[in-house]
Each structure stands twice: as C-alpha cells, then as structure tokens.
Design a protein around this ligand. Structure first.
Ligand code: SF4
Length: 203
C-alpha cells in the first residue's frame, strides 16, 4: 500500500507538471497502469489520442494489441506488470518526442522506476530505447537481446535490472502477417522470453 500511495502522490505532482511545451496541448497527464508491486515494468513512448482522453497508457489500438500479445505469452497485464511511457503528455499529431522533451520528462520516469523497483524492464519501441539507454535507432537490431543499463541517462536507477527492447505495437499494426520472422512473430518470441525470465527470477 505504501508503494501505491507514493505512486498516487507522484501522479498528483505529475498532473501539475509544466516541464516542457507538451503541457500546453494535453487533456491530461498519463502516468501509468498495472500492478505497482509487479516485478516487470514496461516503458513505451508517449500517450496518443486515446490515452490522452482516458488518462491511461496503452489503451488505444496498439495498446490493445500489446495486451493481446502479453496475454498470449502468459502475462496478465493487470497482475504481472506495470506499464508507463517515457513521456507523460501527448505530443501534437502523435509526433515522436523531441530529445529535450525526453530529458524534461526523464525525472518522472526515474521516480517511477525507483518506486516500482522492477527486476525486469521491457523497452517498448525505439523511443523507449532512446529515453532509457540513450541509444538512437537500432531497435530492429537490439530487440530480443537482454542487456543492462551500464551506460545511458538512467543507469543509476536501472542498476541490477535486466532490460529487453521489443518492437512497438504500433509498428506491428502495419503488418498483419504472423509468419516466421515477421514483426509479430518476433514480438511473440520476445514476450515468451520475458515470461520465462519472470518465472525464473527469484521473488
Ligand atoms: S511531457 Fe513530462 S516534462 Fe513535459 S509537461 Fe508532461 S509531464 Fe512535464
């Protein structure tokens, strides 16, 4: 309960944030959803229109696809994980967040990581990779490879945690195919690896 209370306090503070220009266009700040006690944390990019309207991350089409893939991998989105974005306010026209916006919002993400204290962190898409590890591009080559945050802007907060980049579900929506090697097939495999790692990790 302590963690839940601290997360609620963080959300109240975040609601008032004017740390970057995205504050002017938002309907509401989108902080996170899921289980604050989970050992698995997913970090995505930024809220879209549905998330901005509902105040919850990953509730639009791509979020629904992500939930389906998580459930298929044996992960319950309400019980097994906490999910948030690198950026808490919707960028106009769903453009990619700018580096200055990622930097401005990073202290909120750092506090969330500290509060959730996850053993495993899944970086959902290229922007999460950039926000957390400071790596621009390269999601295609790095997805599915466990790593640690021995460098990057959040290395202190992520010390001792295992990280796995995966493709963003909005990218998967462009491909309907499920054949071997397709983006959806790769993501199913990556999430199965997450499930295995979570099962193997000590409680
Ligand atoms: S995106 Fe982040 S830093 Fe910018 S106003 Fe929203 S909460 Fe503050």
């Amino acid at each position: 309960m302590q963690r839940q209370a601290e997360l609620e306090a963080l959300a109240l503070q975040c609601d008032r944030c004017q740390g970057c220009a995205l504050a002017t266009g938002r309907q509401q700040v989108v902080v996170g959803r899921g289980n604050p006690e989970a050992r698995l944390m997913l970090i995505g990019e930024a809220p879209g229109a549905d998330e901005d309207a509902q105040g919850q991350p990953f509730v639009g089409r791509s979020g629904q696809l992500l939930d389906q893939l998580l459930i298929a991998a044996g992960l319950d989105p309400q019980r097994d994980l906490y999910i948030c974005n690198a950026i808490k306010c919707r960028p106009p026209a769903n453009r990619r967040p700018k580096p200055a916006e990622l930097a401005a919002c990073r202290p909120w993400l750092a506090r969330q990581i500290g509060l959730i204290d996850p053993q495993l962190v899944v970086l959902v898409g290229a922007t999460a990779l950039e926000a957390v590890l400071g790596i621009k591009g390269g999601i295609t080559g790095l997805r599915g490879q466990w790593c640690d945050a021995s460098a990057g802007p959040l290395q202190e907060e992520l010390r001792g945690r295992r990280l796995l980049p995966i493709l963003h579900p909005s990218y998967l929506l462009r491909f309907g195919r499920e054949s071997d090697g397709s983006p959806r097939w790769l993501t199913r495999r990556d999430l199965a690896a997450v499930r295995e790692a979570l099962t193997a990790a000590p409680n």
